[in-house]
Design a binder for this molecule. Structure first.
Ligand SMILES: *Cc1c(COP(=O)(O)O)cnc(C)c1O
Length: 466
C-alpha cells in the first residue's frame, strides 16, 4: 500500500514513512493510493472477531507489506489492554433506534486514545525495526497532549515533549499530563496561549537543521495512521447492528473532521453507511458548510465542548480531495485560496455531492446543557457535552428503520462542572484516575520564545539519551 498527497506534489510513501512523517512536504495530507475494499463475506467473517483482532484485520489493509496482520494483532492487543471496559467500544441503546458507542474507555477518557494507543505501538515497532529514535513534539489545549503522553510514556525509542498554555487547560487535563513520571515525558507550561504553543511547535519543525538533529516527529490529527486506527470502531458498531446486510448511520461530534472522516473511509471500503451527521458547537464552520456551502472562518468562541472549538477542520481536505475526483491541482488551489481569504470556494456540485451523505447540526451551550439534562431524565444516560451534541444530531437526522449510532467521545467525569449544572450529579472519575488530584505534578514553566523551547527540547533529548 502506497500513499499520495492531496496536493499532488510530495513523494509517494509507504505506510511506515507516512506514520513517521505526518504532514506531506507539499502541505497536503496523505491518503491511500487506492482504497482497500471488503466483500460481503469479508465483513461477515469480521463479526466474530474481538475488537483488537478486528482492528488488526482492517489496519493490515493499510500497512501492506510494512507490517503483517499477525504483528498488528499483537500490537492492537497491547494497545487496548489498558481499556477499562471488556468490550473496548461498548454500544448502548438510549432511545428507539438511537444508539451510543462509547469511545472513552482508554487511559485519558477521550476518544483520542482509540487511535493514539495504537500509534504508540506502531511507532515503537517501526523505530525498533529501523533502529531509530524520535522526539515527538506537540502543542495541546487539552485532550491531544494527554493522549499522546499516555501512548508514548516509557517507550525507549520515543521522547515526548508537550507544550500547554500555562493556566489555560482544565485541571483534570493538566494533571493527566503532568502527573506522568516516566523520564521520556516532558511537559512545558508555556507563558502564552494555545496559539502561541502551536506557533512555537511549527517554528521548531520549520528549522530543518534542528528538526533533523532532534529527529522531530508529530502525532497530530492529520497523521494518516490515526484516521486508519479510527475506522475499526465504525465497522464494529455497524456489524453489531446488522451490517453488511443492513444499513447504519452515524452521528459524530466533530472538530478537526478526523473522527468522521474515518467513518467515511469505512463506507468507501464497502460498509453500508446511509448517513453521516456532523455535530458542532457554536464553532459551526462545518454545519454552515453543509447547510449553505458557507465554509468561512470566524473567530473561535469558547464552549462547553472545548475539543470542538476550532476554526479550521484540517482533515476536511481529505474529503475535499476525494469529492473533487482526486484532482490534486484543484484541491491545492482551493486550499491555498482558503488560507488567504478565509473562505473555501467549494464548487456547487461538490457541495451537493457532500450533502447526499453528510448532514450537520450545531448546538450552542444552552442547547447542549438542555440535551444533557433531557437525555439523562429520559434514559438515565450521562453524556458529556461533546457526546451530547452527537446524540442530538443523531436524533435530529435519524431515519425510520436505520439504526443511528452517536459516537460518545469523552467520559462525563472530564467535564464535571457541565454535568453538575445540567443534571445535579457529579460523575466520578474511573478507578485508575481516582487519585489524580493527589498525585505529584512535574512540569517546567517556560517563556513563549523559540529559544526557550529549543533549549528545553535539547535538554530533554539529552537527558533521555544519557
Ligand atoms: C478531539 C475530540 C473531538 C473532535 O474530533 P475530531 O476528530 O477532531 O473531529 C470530539 N470530542 C472529543 C472529546 C475530542 O477529544
Amino acid at each position: 500500500m502506497r500513499y499520495i498527497s492531496t496536493r499532488g506534489n510530495a513523494p509517494v510513501l509507504s505506510f511506515s514513512d507516512v506514520l513517521l512523517s505526518g504532514l506531506a512536504e507539499d502541505g497536503g495530507l496523505y491518503l491511500p493510493q487506492t482504497w482497500p475494499e471488503f466483500s460481503l463475506a469479508d465483513w461477515q467473517a469480521m463479526r466474530a472477531l474481538p475488537y483488537p483482532e478486528l482492528a488488526a484485520r482492517i489496519l493490515a489493509r493499510f500497512t501492506g507489506s510494512d507490517i503483517d496482520e499477525d504483528t498488528l494483532k499483537t500490537l492492537c492487543a497491547k494497545a487496548y489492554a489498558g481499556f477499562d471496559h471488556p468490550a473496548i467500544v461498548p454500544l448502548t441503546q438510549v432511545e428507539d433506534g438511537l444508539f451510543v458507542q462509547e469511545l472513552f474507555h482508554g487511559p485519558t477518557l477521550a476518544f483520542k486514545d482509540m487511535a493514539m494507543q495504537v500509534l504508540g505501538q506502531l511507532f515503537e515497532y517501526v523505530l525498533t525495526q529501523r533502529d531509530e529514535h524520535v522526539t515527538i513534539v506537540g502543542a495541546t489545549s487539552g485532550d491531544t497532549g494527554s493522549a499522546a503522553i499516555e501512548a508514548c510514556r516509557g517507550r525507549q525509542r520515543l521522547s515526548v515533549i508537550i507544550l500547554h498554555p500555562k493556566g489555560r487547560t482544565s485541571e483534570v487535563q493538566r494533571r493527566q499530563m503532568t502527573t506522568v513520571r516516566e523520564p521520556n515525558v516532558t511537559n512545558l507550561a508555556v507563558e502564552g496561549t494555545f496559539d502561541d504553543c502551536q506557533d512555537l511547535v511549527k517554528s521548531l519543525f520549520a528549522d530543518i537543521p534542528f528538526r533533523q538533529e532532534m529527529h522531530l516527529s508529530a502525532v497530530n490529527s492529520i497523521n494518516w495512521a490515526r484516521i486508519a486506527a479510527q475506522i475499526p470502531y465504525y465497522v464494529h458498531a455497524a456489524l453489531a447492528l446488522g451490517a453488511p446486510e443492513r444499513e447504519v448511520s452515524f452521528a459524530v461530534p466533530t472538530g478537526n473532521f478526523g473522527n468522521i472522516l474515518a467513518a467515511w473511509a469505512a463506507r468507501k471500503m464497502g460498509l453500508p453507511i446511509r448517513q453521516l451527521c456532523v455535530g458542532s458547537n457554536r464553532n459551526d464552520i462545518l454545519t454552515r458548510f453543509l447547510n449553505a456551502n458557507d465554509m468561512t472562518i470566524k473567530g473561535v468562541v469558547p464552549s462547553l465542548s472545548p475539543s470542538m472549538d476550532i476554526q479550521v477542520s484540517s482533515n476536511f481536505e481529505r474529503l475535499l480531495f476525494e469529492l473533487l475526483g482526486r484532482d490534486a491541482t484543484a484541491c491545492a488551489r482551493i486550499m491555498t485560496g482558503f488560507r488567504s481569504t478565509g473562505h473555501m470556494d467549494v464548487p456547487a456540485e461538490v457541495w451537493e455531492n457532500a450533502r447526499t451523505l453528510f448532514c450537520g447540526l450545531a448546538l450552542d451551550d444552552a442547547q447542549t446543557e438542555a440535551e444533557i439534562r433531557t437525555l439523562h431524565q429520559r434514559s438515565g444516560y450521562m453524556a458529556d457535552p461533546h457526546s451530547a451534541i452527537g446524540i442530538a444530531a443523531g436524533r435530529r437526522f435519524r431515519q425510520p428503520g436505520i439504526p443511528m449510532v452517536a459516537e460518545a467521545t469523552a467520559h462525563p467525569a472530564k467535564f464535571p462542572d457541565a454535568m453538575v449544572a445540567a443534571t445535579g450529579i457529579h460523575p466520578a472519575l474511573p478507578v485508575h484516575l481516582a487519585d489524580l488530584f493527589e498525585r505529584e505534578e512535574r512540569y517546567r514553566t517556560v517563556p513563549a520564545t523559540e529559544g526557550a523551547i529549543k533549549d528545553a527540547v535539547r535538554a530533554a533529548v539529552l537527558s533521555n539519551a544519557g
